[in-house]
Design a binder for this molecule. Structure first.
Ligand code: 4FV
Length: 249
């Protein structure tokens, strides 16, 4: 998958392909990253890429000319959908990531300051995407999150011991708890079932914990998901144990 990122801070975004799973995917050629700095298209001696907002108000706005040139140069080299990272965008989710996976080339546009000139969005942006309802200093972290989420879904990106199937939200539920050595940590022992070697029981426990964790922490996800009859049984079991454990304290 090809990622072109239009950013005033290429050194920040470049970090995503220098470590971890995304770094390995880049080494393996599963992903490639090209960075385009709008400042390289600025013609004035100060290489200005921002301007005061028309209508007054705080802060600065990224000017259109340099951005349009950088976007069009990226499109010329690697045609692809232009995604602008902004709080006004579609909320990024695992399912939106799956939809974007069909694109084998994406141009990720990162704003800075108060944002970018609206005419750039009108002229060149195919979709806006938000990584969350908060305000960042720039779209770069959003672009890096998107690259990470998509890379994990690429065949071969995760080693055999890693699997996207284990990921939270893979099937609309939060993840189950995970344990590793030591067997006892500050008095807390690893649940016996996980040491039983009974894989059917282990899978049952993990699904039950995932359902329970989702019921406790993100109940709206359960509304959005049809539970199977066996999942209903597991969740009811969890809720009864949870309620009875509460009575103990
Ligand atoms: C953002 C978000 C975000 C807004 C103004 C950059 C900042 C500044 N991007 N999801 N939330 N962007 O806060 O993607 O230009």
């Amino acid at each position: 998958m090809q990622f072109d990122v239009v950013t005033l801070f290429p050194e920040l975004v470049d970090a995503v392909v220098r470590c971890g799973i995304t770094g390995r995917a880049a080494e393996r050629g599963l992903i490639s990253l090209e960075l385009w700095n709008p400042r390289d298209y600025a013609v004035d001696v100060h290489r200005t890429v921002d301007g005061r907002p028309y209508g007054g108000g705080p802060g600065m706005v990224m000017t259109g000319e340099c951005l349009l040139q950088a976007i069009r140069a990226a499109r010329q080299k690697n045609p692809g959908k232009v995604v602008y990272l902004s709080p006004q965008g579609l909320p990024l989710s695992q399912s939106l990531a799956h939809d974007l996976l069909i694109e084998n080339s994406l141009i990720l546009l990162c704003g800075r300051y108060e944002g970018i000139d609206e005419r750039v969005i009108k002229l060149e942006v195919d979709m806006e995407c938000s990584i969350g309802d908060y305000v960042l200093s720039g779209g770069e972290l959003g672009a890096m999150v998107l690259i990470d989420v998509l890379t994990r879904l690429l065949p071969g990106a995760l080693g055999h011991h890693e699997s996207a199937a284990q990921d939270s939200f893979f099937d609309g539920l939060l993840d189950c708890p995970h344990y590793t050595r030591p067997d006892i940590l500050e008095g807390y022992e690893v649940p016996m079932v996980l040491k039983s070697g009974n894989h059917a029981e282990i899978a049952r426990w993990r699904k039950k914990q995932a359902l329970g964790k989702t019921w406790r922490c993100r109940p709206e996800l359960l509304q959005a998901r049809q539970l199977t009859s066996s999942e209903r049984v597991l969740l009811d079991e969890y809720i009864n144990e949870f309620e009875s454990s509460k009575k103990l304290y």
